[in-house]
Design a protein around this ligand. Structure first.
Ligand code: ZN
Length: 199
């Protein structure tokens, strides 16, 4: 279901995107053809391998879900474990355990930067890092939930995924942001790590 929701967001956000680019029409064309190629790659359109809720993920593809609630902005970045730590299993030696805690320390900065709005990062909480709760599975996710408090939330102009700088395995991020005025969605990557937000 979530993939459908994201797709709807992507489509409805098309006009928002266009406004941010001088050659909006071109950008829109791009988006469509990218979508098309994506589907071709998998052979058919209506499969559900993009349904992230089932725990099946695509390595290299993270997702970002974010929302404003008054002056508080929250963003949850979720990645396939392998993209952040280089393996995808319950750590079974000291080196792997150290890698996991190093990554967690790195993400204390959130992995995301808000642009404008005079926002202060208040906290980062983690999911998936607790060794005692980790499940033995073929696919594991890690996520970091960052919470900011903004002096001027209406002046936030975008968010940048700084995690790209640290994790080369993160090839793209599917981002969906709910703002005071609407919803914005986009696909980000190391070359284009910033999602512009019209508030
Ligand atoms: Zn996996």
């Amino acid at each position: 279901m979530k993939s459908v929701w994201l797709l709807a967001l992507t489509l409805s956000a098309g006009s928002v995107w266009a406004n941010h680019h001088s050659d909006g029409e071109h950008e829109h064309e791009h988006e469509k053809s990218a979508d098309h190629a994506h589907h071709d790659e998998h052979g058919h359109d209506d499969h559900d391998s993009h349904d992230h809720s089932g725990g099946i993920h695509q390595h290299g593809v993270s997702r970002l879900e974010a929302a404003f609630n008054g002056s508080v902005f929250q963003a949850q970045l979720t990645a396939p474990m392998v993209d952040w730590v280089g393996f995808e299993q319950i750590p079974n030696n000291d080196e792997q355990r150290a890698t996991l805690s190093d990554v967690k320390a790195l993400l204390q900065q959130g992995g995301i930067a808000l642009i404008g709005g005079d926002c202060e990062l208040e906290s980062v909480t983690f999911q998936g890092f607790d060794l005692n709760k980790m499940k033995d599975s073929d696919h594991l996710d890690l996520s970091a939930l960052s919470t900011w408090d903004c002096q001027s939330p209406q002046e936030v102009t975008g968010l940048g995924v700084t995690a790209f700088e640290h994790f080369p395995g993160m090839l793209s991020v599917e981002a969906a942001v709910i703002t005071a005025t609407g919803q914005i969605a986009g696909q980000l990557n190391a070359d284009q790590p910033t999602l512009e937000m019209a508030n």
